[in-house]
Design a protein around this ligand. Structure first.
Ligand SMILES: [Zn+2]
Length: 194
């Protein structure tokens, strides 16, 4: 059981680093508007990266035996993450589906919390997708898991190739979803429903 361990975040060190970045780009970190910026950024980073100190498997310690063996899909889960290559945001929606086995289900909010916790780390969209699917597979032992994530990456939008609006789609299929395109298409059509 991991609890919140935000004490592991070194606020002072982030503050020093942000001040150094401001100096390095040619700013004056002592001017009025920037005076509290290192402190604000440090506080924000400790929130944005709090997933480093949490284990999403903890959310599945309580499960329910409901005798429900049909698909469960939570779609349009909003998330915000930080690209580990550029430390700028990427954000979008996650869709998480699974088919319970022996009627074992988790509270629906746990699926969204899993996405949020995994996203709050320096990340790649591919790894969020895989980690969410693997966590549910490990903890609920369902017949199958299918996770689809769509996101816009600020590192593509505001720098480099500058393609605003471009979306990246990733998916991870486990269990029966791995080899069953009919079942995957069922989820994809649910996702597209308004
Ligand atoms: Zn990037």
């Amino acid at each position: 059981m991991t609890n919140q361990k935000n004490t592991q975040v070194d606020i002072d060190k982030i503050e020093q680093a942000v001040k150094m970045i401001l100096e390095a780009v040619g700013e004056n970190p002592n001017r009025e508007g920037l005076l509290d910026t290192p402190k604000r950024v440090a506080k924000m980073y400790s929130e944005m990266f709090e997933g480093l100190h949490k284990d999403p498997r903890d959310y599945f310690e309580t499960v329910f035996h409901e005798g429900h063996n049909e698909v469960v899909l939570v779609k349009d889960i909003p998330f915000y993450s930080m690209c580990e290559h550029h430390l700028v945001p990427f954000y979008g929606k996650a869709h998480v589906a699974y088919i319970p086995q022996n009627g074992v289900v988790a509270g629906l909010s746990k699926l969204a919390r899993t996405v949020e916790t995994v996203a709050r780390r320096p990340q790649l969209q591919e790894r969020i997708t895989e980690t969410v699917a693997a966590t549910i597979m490990e903890m609920l032992n369902p017949a199958g898991v299918y996770v689809v994530i769509e996101a816009e990456h600020m590192c593509m939008t505001m720098r480099g190739i500058k393609k605003p609006g471009a979306k990246t789609i990733t998916s991870a299929a486990k269990g029966i979803y791995e080899n069953d395109s009919v079942k995957r298409n069922e989820i994809l059509s649910f996702i597209q429903m308004p």
